[in-house]
Design a protein around this ligand. Structure first.
Ligand code: IVH
Length: 597
């Protein structure tokens, strides 16, 4: 009976994996969604009853649910290099000529899309997904296997004639439709929306809760194989074989990949996709051209950073002219002022642009930007479009030179600008609302205190309700205060209180980062914690003692001194100490084991 169950679980696992492949990779489902769900439910039940028989490649693992606090850093077996980039067709022609000169015989090239996402290396052992590593610094990456398992087009179990052990690399990306749906939902929940699919894909891969990753609908195209003694002679042959094992590889019939022997063939591919890319269901930022034969690739070899047998052609940033309606100023959590150009809405590279960043006062002066001007806006690889120039021919005679803001738009305090710095800032850090809220948002954020159950929206809500106005207040919130708030159910209130209490174990260096002293980022906070070991000795440290610390110069030392000089800040720290936060370095962090969680 028990053995029967073992077989049943095994068969169901294999059947569901096959259905998954037919549905997600081939887009040719052979069962109805209902039947699939029924089978999955049956498997889930059996696995619960007989956990000893559950297989690691089970499709039930795709729904996620495990919480990983730590992403292990793991060395890449083969370094993850990058491609040399070019923006001109001349560069591509040079690449082709050079390659032809360096190797004997006619070269066949493979042209592919340059998917705009996050690189991933997947290791398979005996046909099963064993490990997924991000690119990291190219020699070491972060192990994100639990999250990658939730991506439906990445097979957990291969079929066909696959090698015993190998690595396959590709790009994880956010399909545009899924990205739009996510932002739509976030808007409805009053949560901040995400800027672009690429950053959101890599951010999603590093979420701690794989169940959330599972819901987001990431996808992946694979583009290279690595291993010892792989039985292929060319890149294209390898890719196609990977397709037969269950991977999503570019389809020739959709022109996602093309082989060609000529520069004309390469250029035709570039021209086709330069236009057609706007109709793809995902973003690409260029195309990649690779020498097909593995022998020829080896002959061409590598430079220190990239292969000589491949090159990326990046599409040019698109630009358009539109009218500058007004310049407004945003205040960040540290009081830094960012000027923003409000534009007459225009469609640029598929999205409507209404705003662009102007960086700082110098930038406005350099461009001699004036309200009413026709300006050129460009969208490159960056998230926020940039204003890159003014069409002087269209400037009206009565236009007035821009006078940069002298007072804070939020609290009217006179703005400061330190010598040698580009940015203006509002010095009223304890009375300026966006700074107060921004500081608290920073404090609770994932990289800092990582308070579960408390998000940026709730912080703003609590501030507006008069319940919190600094980070110490967060530790004094009670359930009775929370319950009357809008959208605050009993469970959310409990979660918030619990999350706040749990944050008291967060290590000193992270608390130090979370407090938000100007210029004290993650790395500096670590160095300070290692050096001074306790908050008490940091508070007492003199300027001279501070600049002795590695990586701390005048700017940071002065900022720390200024921070503790303020009575309000000292009171704040005392209150946090009373609430039991960590203000002493613990053993683990003292020994330099400062792995990020
Ligand atoms: S091949 C030696 N093929 O572009 C590097 N990369 O700088 C071999 N990318 O982050 C990479 N689409 O993740 C290759 N079809 C494609 C690609 C591709 C996107 C990414 C890759 C890396 C960057 C290369």
């Amino acid at each position: 009976m028990m053995d029967g169950m073992k077989d049943k679980i095994k068969d169901l696992t294999a059947l569901l994996n096959l259905h998954n492949y037919n549905y997600y990779v081939l887009s040719e489902p052979t069962v109805s969604d209902f039947d699939f769900d029924m089978l999955l439910e049956e498997l889930q039940k059996l696995e619960k009853q007989f956990p000893q028989y559950a297989l690691s490649n089970s499709p039930t693992t795709r729904v996620g649910g495990g919480i990983s606090k730590n992403f292990k850093t793991v060395s890449h077996r083969y370094p993850m290099l990058s491609l040399s980039n070019s923006y001109s067709k001349e560069d591509i022609a040079d690449f082709e000529k050079r390659a032809q000169k360096l190797v004997d015989g006619d070269i066949e090239f493979v042209c592919e899309l340059k998917y705009d996402g996050c690189a991933i290396g997947l290791t398979y052992k005996d046909g099963m997904l064993d490990q997924a590593l991000t690119r990291g610094d190219g020699s070491k990456g972060e192990e994100v296997t639990a999250n990658v398992r939730t991506i439906r087009t990445i097979p957990l179990q291969l079929h066909g004639d696959y090698p015993k052990e190998f690595e396959i690399r590709g790009e994880i990306y956010f399909p545009l439709e899924k990205f739009a749906a996510l932002n739509h939902q976030r808007k409805a929940n009053n949560e901040p929306t995400f800027m672009n699919p690429r950053n959101t894909a890599s951010g999603t891969l590093k979420l701690h809760d794989s169940a959330v990753v599972a819901q987001r609908g990431l996808d992946c195209y694979l583009y290279s194989l690595h291993g010892e003694g792989l039985p292929f002679k060319s890149h294209f042959e390898g890719l196609n074989a990977a397709g037969t094992w269950g991977f999503k590889v570019p389809q020739e019939e959709k022109q996602f990949v093309k082989r060609t022997n000529s520069i004309e063939g390469i250029m035709a591919f570039i021209d086709y996709w330069d236009l057609e890319r706007h109709h793809l269901p995902f973003e690409i930022d260029g195309i990649v051209i690779k020498v097909n034969s593995y022998d020829k690739q080896q002959e061409l070899g590598f430079t220190a950073k990239s292969p000589r047998w491949a090159i990326a052609y990046k599409f040019k940033a698109e630009r358009i002219a539109t009218k500058l309606l007004s310049i407004t100023y945003q205040v960040g959590r540290t009081g830094a002022i960012t000027p923003v150009a409000n534009l007459s809405p225009v469609l640029l590279a598929g999205t409507t642009v209404k705003r662009a960043s102007l960086h700082n006062a110098d930038q406005i002066e350099k461009l001699d930007l004036r309200v009413g001007d026709w300006v050129y806006v460009e969208k490159g690889g960056e998230i926020i479009p940039k204003v890159i120039g003014v069409d002087m021919d269209q400037r009206s005679e009565d236009s007035i030179p821009t006078k940069y803001a002298s007072n804070c738009p939020e609290c009217d305090t006179v703005l400061h600008r330190n010598e040698g710095e580009a940015q203006h800032y509002c010095p009223n850090d304890i009375g300026c609302p966006p700074q107060i809220i921004g500081k608290m948002e920073h404090f609770i954020s994932r990289k800092a205190m990582d308070i579960d159950g408390l998000g940026a929206e709730t912080v703003a809500q609590l501030y507006e309700a008069g319940l919190i106005s600094n980070v110490a207040d967060i530790y004094e919130l009670t359930k009775d205060q929370l319950l009357p708030l809008e959208r605050m159910a009993e469970k959310s209130a409990d979660n918030l209180i619990y999350g706040v209490a749990a944050s008291k174990t967060i290590p000193f260096e992270t608390v130090l980062f979370g407090i938000g002293i100007r210029y004290v980022g993650e790395t500096v906070a670590k160095k300070i914690a290692q050096h001074f070991k306790t908050m008490d000795s940091l508070v007492l440290a003199s300027y001279e003692e501070l600049i002795e610390v590695d990586e701390i110069g005048d700017r940071i030392a002065s900022s720390i001194i200024d921070f503790f000089h303020l009575e309000e800040n000292r009171v704040l720290i005392d209150r946090l100490i009373e609430h039991g936060l960590q203000f002493k370095i613990d053993e683990e962090h003292l020994n330099g084991m400062t792995d990020k969680y």
